[in-house]
Structures are given as C-alpha cells and as structure tokens.
Design a protein around this ligand. Structure first.
Ligand code: ZN
Length: 183
C-alpha cells in the first residue's frame, strides 16, 4: 500500500513522536508499506509522521547517492526508537528537500558525523557512527520524530524569504506528483 504524504501545515508533522515496542500492530506490514511509499515518491527517507503516524520509526535508502558517496552503498535500513547521542562539532552544508515540503530545496548546515543507537525491524539493537549522506539523511528523518522539518533549520533570512511560500503551502497551495494529505 502506498500511503499519502502529510504536507507542511499538518499537525502530525509537529508532534513529539512516541517510542514503540514489538507489540505495535502489524509492524512488518507498516515497514513494507513505508518502503513502498518512499520508492513510489522517489524519496531517500521516510518518517512515520509523514504518513500520519506519531511513532519513532523511519526508513531510509541512500542508494541513489551511492555513486558519489561510498558510505551510501547498501544504506537501506529501518530505524526504530533511534537516539543520536553524539554529534561532531564540524558542520557541513548540504542540499535538502522533503516529501512533506514539496518544491523547496535548500542548503542546510548539520553536524558532519553522528553516533546513533537504534533498533532494526527485528528489534535488534545497533550502535553506529555515520558520516556523508547517511548521516545527513538520518538527521533529517530523526528531526521528523521530534516535530521538526528541514526548513526550521534554515537561517533567519532564508526563513523570511520562504515564509510566504510555506504559509501558502500550509493552506493547501502546492503541487507535487504524489498523493498527499493535510490536516
Ligand atoms: Zn522530510
């Protein structure tokens, strides 16, 4: 099943999401559908709130960046209850977009390297250090679990320049190629 994507202005994108455990109903099916939805919309990451579920879960597949970034090879993963517990002081500027913020791409500063602890789809715990595109994708998706979108991370001046566009988007004025929802 391909889920509709919740768009900027939707309440669920501003929620602090909750942790889940293995008793979460039909989790394997949900994860399968999240990957299907991410591929159908040509995303490299998808967080549960983007399909209307306020739980701490996201999926990623960095394969489209594999040619330019060797660390992105085979970077297809499920993150449940993740915790970023260390960030490098060095920040890097990289271009981001978001399925929930269609039509806007901006350069965003974020830590170059992170350490993260998380559970995979089998509730096996992992502890990893990420850099390059994997670190970037994961930080973007992780933000969604705390109610942030990437435009929140922009400089004050860039935010001011985007304000009208974002306000219009929140009122339903946007266009994109996939099915969306807003409430
Ligand atoms: Zn996003």
């Amino acid at each position: 099943m391909i889920y509709p994507i919740y768009i900027y202005g939707s309440g669920v994108l501003r929620k602090e999401c909750v942790e889940i455990d293995e008793s979460y109903p039909e989790l394997p099916k949900l994860i399968e559908d999240m990957f299907a939805t991410m591929y159908a919309t040509e995303g490299v990451g998808l967080a549960a709130p983007q399909i209307g579920k306020d739980i701490r879960l996201f999926v990623v597949d960095g394969t489209p960046f594999a040619e330019e970034d060797p660390t992105a090879v085979d970077f297809k993963k499920v993150f449940i209850n993740p915790e970023i517990y260390e960030e490098s002081d060095e920040e890097v500027l990289m271009s981001e977009g978001c399925l929930s913020v269609p039509g806007i791409h901006e350069d965003v500063y974020r830590p170059e390297r992170i350490k993260i602890n998380y559970l995979d789809e089998n509730f096996v715990e992992h502890d990893e250090e990420l850099t390059g595109w994997p670190a970037r994708i994961v930080q973007h998706e992780y933000d969604h679990l705390d109610g942030f979108v990437f435009t929140d991370r922009l400089s004050a001046i860039r935010k001011t320049m985007l304000r009208n566009k974002l306000n219009a988007m929140a009122k339903g004025k946007f266009s994109c190629a996939y099915r969306t929802k807003q409430k």
